[in-house]
Design a protein around this ligand. Structure first.
Ligand code: ZN
Length: 114
């Protein structure tokens, strides 16, 4: 039988959600972003001026064409269900994400209603 994959719907992120980091801040990531900002020659602050494509979008901003993101190693939370007991084991696995600073985005143009 085909394995049924549970598809989790991603709820629409609000601008406020987009600026909130439920997993807290990482000193290591902050350091990487400080370095990335220095390299770019800007003063963008980690967790204030750096967001993923989706988080910028939720804030009404659009990553500009040709802008290169900065890679961050992160952990994402996983859930594994035991087929027999139905017990759910939560874990973490390494992942990566790409973030852009404030200078790489611009306000998204709102389409005027025709
Ligand atoms: Zn910047």
């Amino acid at each position: 039988m085909a394995k049924r994959r549970r598809r989790r719907k991603t709820p629409q992120m609000t601008a406020e959600d987009a600026r909130h980091f439920s997993q807290g801040h990482s000193t290591r990531q902050a350091m990487i972003l400080d370095m990335a900002a220095a390299e770019r020659g800007c003063n963008c602050e980690p967790y204030q001026d750096w967001f993923t494509y989706g988080r910028w979008r939720a804030q009404g901003q659009q990553v500009q064409k040709g802008e290169k993101g900065t890679n961050l190693a992160i952990y994402i939370e996983t859930e594994k269900e035991d087929k027999e007991t139905g017990e759910i084991t939560r874990g973490k696995r390494p992942w990566h994400t790409r973030v852009f600073c404030r200078h790489q985005v611009a306000k998204r143009e709102q389409k005027q209603a025709a």
